[in-house]
Structures are given as structure tokens and as C-alpha cells.
Design a protein around this ligand. Structure first.
Ligand SMILES: *[C@@H]1O[C@H](CO)[C@@H](O)[C@H](O)[C@H]1NC(C)=O
Ligand SMILES: *[C@@H]1O[C@H](CO)[C@@H](O)[C@H](O)[C@H]1NC(C)=O
Ligand SMILES: *[C@@H]1O[C@H](CO)[C@@H](O)[C@H](O)[C@H]1NC(C)=O
Ligand SMILES: *[C@@H]1O[C@H](CO)[C@@H](O)[C@H](O)[C@H]1NC(C)=O
Ligand SMILES: *[C@@H]1O[C@H](CO)[C@@H](O)[C@H](O)[C@H]1NC(C)=O
Ligand SMILES: *[C@@H]1O[C@H](CO)[C@@H](O)[C@H](O)[C@H]1NC(C)=O
Length: 232
């Protein structure tokens, strides 16, 4: 690759960095927990409908559970009993079925809204249309090592945070300390807290954002022309 090719690549890469302005929101929750239910159905899900495209959401359905490897298998114990372990696994398997964030969130919100009433496959059948799959496929996952491994991995991730004092816990941009400082506003006023955080942490103001979005669409074309011009 010659010098001008390298130049084009470097510029393209910096444009990509500019374009990634999303707030990462990691949610540590468990399906039968009243506080998780409250936060997700009353705060997060309605707000996601408004500003979801600014968020990069990481769901961790595990909560205050434990997992132990006994006699060659993983044994889970959940705060609200086996129904909760099964519900967490349904979530883990469901969100693993699709790539699109919107589909994952719609499925999670649907299960949260319905699973508290009864922990049966009826809820899964009702919610599965948000995913490009069937209840059969999700159940296949919950009954197999895939579902177990997904849940173990969410468990490892949760335990790595060293005893979260409250479930749900929501972490912005992987900064636990900073997120715990504003946890109460995150839990009770998710919209304002998120919008303020997005405003405060965006290094630039709105007019620059607009121009950077423009450059994201225009620059590659422009650079391609420059590149071809230089090559000939
Ligand atoms: C579902 O599948 C269709 C067709 O394959 C695809 O266009 C769409 O993006 C998929 N949606 C999700 C949520 O995966
Ligand atoms: C269930 O899982 C097995 C093993 O991964 C696979 O062979 C089978 O096709 C799956 N069945 C359904 C209905 O998805
Ligand atoms: C989770 O942690 C346990 C114990 O440290 C380890 O044996 C296991 O491989 C991990 N599993 C996953 C899926 O991260
Ligand atoms: C987390 O946020 C605090 C401010 O509350 C900041 O001092 C610290 O550098 C941040 N940590 C990381 C890893 O960004
Ligand atoms: C965020 O910034 C926008 C645009 O500058 C402004 O309209 C809005 O009031 C701000 N919101 C908060 C919560 O600071
Ligand atoms: C926002 O952008 C305008 C115009 O580019 C500039 O004059 C202003 O100083 C910027 N404000 C901040 C807080 O960066």
C-alpha cells in the first residue's frame, strides 16, 4: 500500500471514531425481582422507545444468583427460586437469537411485562415474535448446554463486579464507580439522567455533531475521489 492509500485509511478510521457517540448502558437484573421489574417496565423500556438509537445496551440477566459446578454440571440458585433461573435463561437464550438491539430489547421488555404474572411458556410464546425465531428454538437453548453456558457467562460477569449491593444495577460506559454515584437518579429518572449524561460526555456540542454526521456520509466519497485522483 502506498502513502496516499494509508492516508485515506487513517482518515476513514478517525471518522468512524467520531461517529460512535453512543452511551453504553449495562443492565444487571433478574426476571422475578420487583425492583428490576419496576425499573425496566416503568423507566428503561419506555425511554428506550424514545432514545434507543443513542444507546448501546448490554443486558445481563442473572442478578443475585449463584452457580456451582457439581458432579459435572452447573447448578444455579436464584434469589426468587427456580422459576427465576428459568426466566433468566429464557432471556439469555432469547437475546442470543438475534443481532439487532431493538429486537433484543423488545423481547426483554415483553418478558419482563408478562413473566411476573406466571412463569410458564405462555409468556415465551407471546413474546417470541419479537425475535426471528420460534419458542421451540429458544426452549431448545434453555434445555441445552448453550443456555447453561450463556447463563454461566452472565454469572461470571456479574460476580466480577464484586457483590452488587442492589439489583438492578445500571452501569454507564463501564464506569462502575461513577455509575453508582448517580444510581438513584438512573433508577428513578432514567430519561433525564441519560440525556444529561449524553450531553455532558459528548465532547462537542450539537452543531459539531451535525457536521460530523454530515462528514461521515460525505467524507468517504470525497476521499475516494481524492484517492483515485492521486492514483492517476
Ligand atoms: C428477520 O429476518 C429477516 C429476513 O431474513 C431480516 O430481514 C430481519 O432483519 C430479521 N430481523 C431480526 C430482528 O433479526
Ligand atoms: C435443537 O438443538 C440441536 C442441537 O443444537 C439441533 O440439532 C436441533 O436442530 C435444535 N432443534 C430446534 C427445534 O431448534
Ligand atoms: C465462568 O467462571 C468459571 C469459574 O471461574 C469458569 O470455570 C468458567 O469457564 C467460566 N465460564 C464462562 C462461560 O465464562
Ligand atoms: C470514571 O469516572 C470518574 C468520574 O466520576 C473518572 O474520574 C474516572 O476516570 C472514570 N474511569 C474511567 C475508567 O473512565
Ligand atoms: C441536552 O442538549 C440539548 C441540545 O443542546 C438540549 O436541548 C437539552 O435541553 C439538553 N438536555 C439536558 C438534560 O441537559
Ligand atoms: C458549540 O459550537 C459553536 C459553533 O461551532 C461554538 O461557537 C461554541 O463555542 C460551541 N460550544 C461549546 C460548549 O463547545
Amino acid at each position: 500500500m502506498n502513502f496516499s492509500g494509508l492516508f485515506v485509511l487513517v482518515i476513514l478510521q478517525s471518522v468512524c471514531v467520531l461517529a460512535d457517540n453512543k452511551l453504553k448502558v449495562s443492565i444487571y437484573y433478574e426476571v422475578l425481582c420487583p425492583d428490576s421489574y419496576q425499573f425496566l417496565t416503568q423507566q428503561f423500556c419506555p425511554v428506550y422507545k424514545k432514545i434507543g438509537s443513542s444507546l448501546n445496551v448490554h443486558l445481563v440477566p442473572y442478578g443475585r444468583a449463584t452457580h456451582k459446578f457439581i458432579d459435572n454440571e452447573w447448578i444455579f440458585t436464584c434469589q426468587h427460586g427456580p422459576d427465576e433461573c428459568w426466566g433468566n435463561k429464557i432471556q439469555a437464550c432469547g437475546i442470543n437469537e438475534v443481532e439487532e438491539q431493538d429486537a433484543k430489547i423488545e423481547f426483554m421488555c415483553c418478558i419482563m411485562n408478562n413473566y411476573q404474572q406466571a412463569a410458564t411458556t405462555t409468556q415465551l410464546n407471546y413474546c417470541v415474535h419479537h425475535l426471528n425465531t420460534t419458542s421451540k428454538s429458544v426452549l431448545n437453548c434453555t434445555g441445552s448446554s448453550l443456555g447453561t453456558n450463556l447463563l454461566v457467562s452472565y454469572g461470571n460477569e456479574t460476580h466480577a463486579l464484586n457483590h452488587l449491593s442492589f439489583i438492578p444495577t445500571i452501569i454507564f460506559n463501564d464506569n462502575l464507580t461513577q455509575s453508582l454515584d448517580i444510581q438513584s437518579s438512573i433508577l428513578h429518572n432514567f430519561y433525564d439522567t441519560t440525556v444529561k449524561y449524553l450531553n455532558d460526555t459528548s465532547e462537542t456540542n450539537n452543531s459539531f455533531l451535525v457536521s460530523s454526521r454530515l462528514s461521515v456520509t460525505l467524507l468517504p466519497t470525497l476521499l475516494l475521489f481524492t484517492y483515485q485522483f492521486l492514483m492517476h
